[in-house]
Design a protein around this ligand. Structure first.
Ligand code: PLP
Length: 394
């Protein structure tokens, strides 16, 4: 019998969460009444649109909605996401075969990988990355093949090299743009290349589109499903968490390739009974009526980006402004580079009282960077950069 949880077969593949170290330090500081500005986790601080909350209250009062719902999501919600894709991207989807509701993007990712990846199947993704992109593959017993992504063009070149030289052809390509944590953004031509390579080599593509609506300065992140023929090989995962400040509600979608959607539906039919129905009904209102709220959410992040970047520059820490996402990805300041990202993040918390995510938590290629999440208001961000400035001058 395993003596501790690390000895369980699957748990042994999951290292302790690097971010837990910073979370614990932050919790200790706060318990000691120390004010910490928390730019660590990508957890939206804004409120869900009022009409959505009101609909949830109304739908919750109806006993008909208290029963098990449908694992693949109620038809009206699937129809509404399909309409949004038509409206926003001119993409046609069949709500029955090409759309499924998920318990957030995380459920979609983890269970889709579980459904389609088998022992030693290679799944290629950029590194650093959102942890489930790597660990979802390991949990499914696949082989996580990480390619560096200093920029999108380099990633594409490395991918072409891999197809040319490796005798283990990737079964799945798992990508996500705007990208967490690096904030890399791409245009439709990049996706055209991805789809072309996938079709040529018989690879499946998963595009995690969690930051679909967070593009700045007029940049509109493209959907991979806009590429002609994409549905033959690709699915896209969309989430309400960031677009509508609904992270705690747990609603997302997987859209596109009917074979992958069917596999996910089968797995989910064994694992869950779907999202609480009042939440699904309220989500219809979000998708149908809240485009303006989404625009405001995006504008708020853009403004915070400007405040943070300007403040960091003043603090002697110049960083490239991102074109999208809700993050700033910053190389460690020269004089602290040798510390590594985890020790630097600890020092920043201790000295400047600012919590950030160490790059190493996103995989080996995240070392040398920290990630700021834009989840505190302008005034708090100014306060954060002032104290970072004082710390860096020490
Ligand atoms: C790239 C990426 N995918 C998915 C998620 C999780 O989204 P959801 O709340 O829909 O599970 C996140 C959350 O931070 C993310 O950064």
């Amino acid at each position: 019998m395993p003596q501790n949880s690390d000895e369980f077969y699957r748990i042994s593949k999951l290292p302790p969460y690097v971010f837990a170290v910073i979370n614990e330090m932050r919790a200790r500081a706060r318990a000691a009444q120390i004010d910490v500005i928390d730019l660590g986790m990508g957890n939206p601080d804004g409120a869900t649109p009022r009409v959505v909350v009101n609909k949830l209250i109304e739908a919750s009062r109806n006993a008909r909605n208290h029963r098990y719902s449908q694992s693949r999501g109620i038809p009206h919600l699937r129809e509404e996401i399909v309409k949004r894709y038509k409206r926003n991207y001119d993409v046609d989807l069949d709500p029955d075969k090409e759309a499924i509701v998920t318990i957030g993007a995380k459920d979609a990712l983890a269970h889709l990988l579980f459904a389609i990846v088998g022992p030693d199947d290679a799944v290629v993704s950029p590194n650093p990355a959102y942890p489930i992109h790597q660990y979802g593959v390991l949990m499914a017993e696949g082989h996580a093949c990480m390619l560096p992504m200093p920029d999108a063009a380099t990633f594409l070149n490395r991918l072409e090299d891999l197809y040319r030289t490796s005798n283990r052809k990737p079964k799945v390509l798992l990508i996500s743009f705007p990208h967490n944590p690096t904030t890399t953004c791409v245009d439709l031509d990049f996706f055209k290349e991805i789809i072309r390579l996938a079709q040529q080599h018989g690879t499946l593509v998963i595009h995690d589109f969690a930051y679909a609506d967070l593009g700045f300065d007029g940049y509109k992140p493209p959907s991979i499903l806009q590429v002609e023929g994409a549905k033959e090989v690709a699915v896209e995962i969309f989430s309400l968490s960031k677009s509508y400040n609904m992270a705690g509600w747990r609603v997302g979608f997987c859209l596109g390739n009917p074979k992958m959607i069917g596999a996910l539906a089968r797995i989910k039919s064994y694992l869950d009974y779907g999202v609480f129905q009042p939440i699904q009904i309220a989500s219809i209102i979000a998708l149908r009526e809240c485009e303006e709220d989404t625009r405001k959410i995006c504008t708020t992040y853009q403004k915070r980006r400007d405040v943070l970047i300007t403040g960091l520059k003043r603090a002697g820490w110049p960083v490239e402004p991102p074109r999208g996402s809700m993050f700033v990805w910053a190389p460690l300041p020269e004089k602290h580079r040798a510390l590594g990202s985890l020790d630097f993040a600890k020092l920043l918390l201790e000295k400047a009282r600012v919590a950030v995510s160490p790059g190493i938590g996103f995989g080996p290629m995240g070392e040398g960077h920290v990630r700021f999440a834009l989840i505190e208001n302008d005034q708090r961000l100014r306060q954060a950069t002032r104290s970072i400035g004082t710390f860096l001058k020490e």
